[in-house]
Design a protein. Structure first.
Length: 207
């Protein structure tokens, strides 16, 4: 990959304007957008799938009144855990089953056979595992280009200290991934799964 093109004329080196990887990618995306030969079938085949919407419940009613700081923090942690379960697409009954399973508490409102309970728990565990797998994937544009370590070092050395079109850096990346807080949270959820499966609680649900 040439970064600088030069030609010798009268013992003088004439350097062409340097082009960043982001600019190359932007030109490629522009050409792709202007391509009128693409068929409808090709566009439909590239359709992306998105996560389903979830119900939002504002945190506030449960925290009304007088309470200590530790009580408020505990209540807030429980609310965050419930919100994370809703993001998995669980309904209120499934959330109740999961919380009963993790805590080991017996819920008198639950009426069902042990087989039905186990099937519900297995489905929830699979959703949590799939959620963790998705969160571990690098978050970037679909058309961003992957650079080797050497290409990234060349890019940084040529344009060090220059902020020209810095937003174009999002169009390329180096292949590595750093753990985020979301990854750590889902890892802790998997630990709860393992702990919950060790101490099986006897709960019944009417499905």
């Amino acid at each position: 990959m040439k970064r600088v093109n030069s030609c010798v004329k009268s013992d003088e080196h004439v350097l062409e304007e340097l082009e960043t990887e982001g600019e190359r990618q932007l030109k490629s995306l522009l050409q792709h957008q202007l391509d009128t030969s693409v068929s409808i079938e090709e566009c439909v085949s590239k359709k992306e799938s998105f996560a389903p919407g979830t119900m939002y419940k504002p945190f506030g009613k449960e925290a009304a009144g007088t309470m200590t700081l530790s009580q408020f923090q505990t209540l807030h942690e429980k609310d965050q855990e419930t919100a994370s379960l809703r993001e998995l697409g669980l309904n209120e009954t499934e959330i109740l089953i999961w919380k009963s399973h993790v805590s080991g508490e017996k819920r008198t409102r639950l009426r069902a056979t042990p087989e039905a309970i186990q099937n519900c728990l297995q489905d929830i565990e699979e959703r949590i595992s799939e959620r963790q797998r998705i969160l571990c994937l690098p978050q970037r544009f679909a058309k961003s280009k992957q650079l080797t370590r050497r290409e990234m070092e060349i890019e940084k050395s040529l344009f060090q200290g220059a902020d020209r079109h810095s937003f174009l850096k999002a169009l390329y990346y180096q292949a590595y991934h750093k753990k985020t807080s979301a990854d750590k949270y889902m890892t802790s959820m998997k630990r709860k799964i393992k702990l919950g499966t060790k101490g099986k609680s006897r709960v019944f649900l009417q499905c």
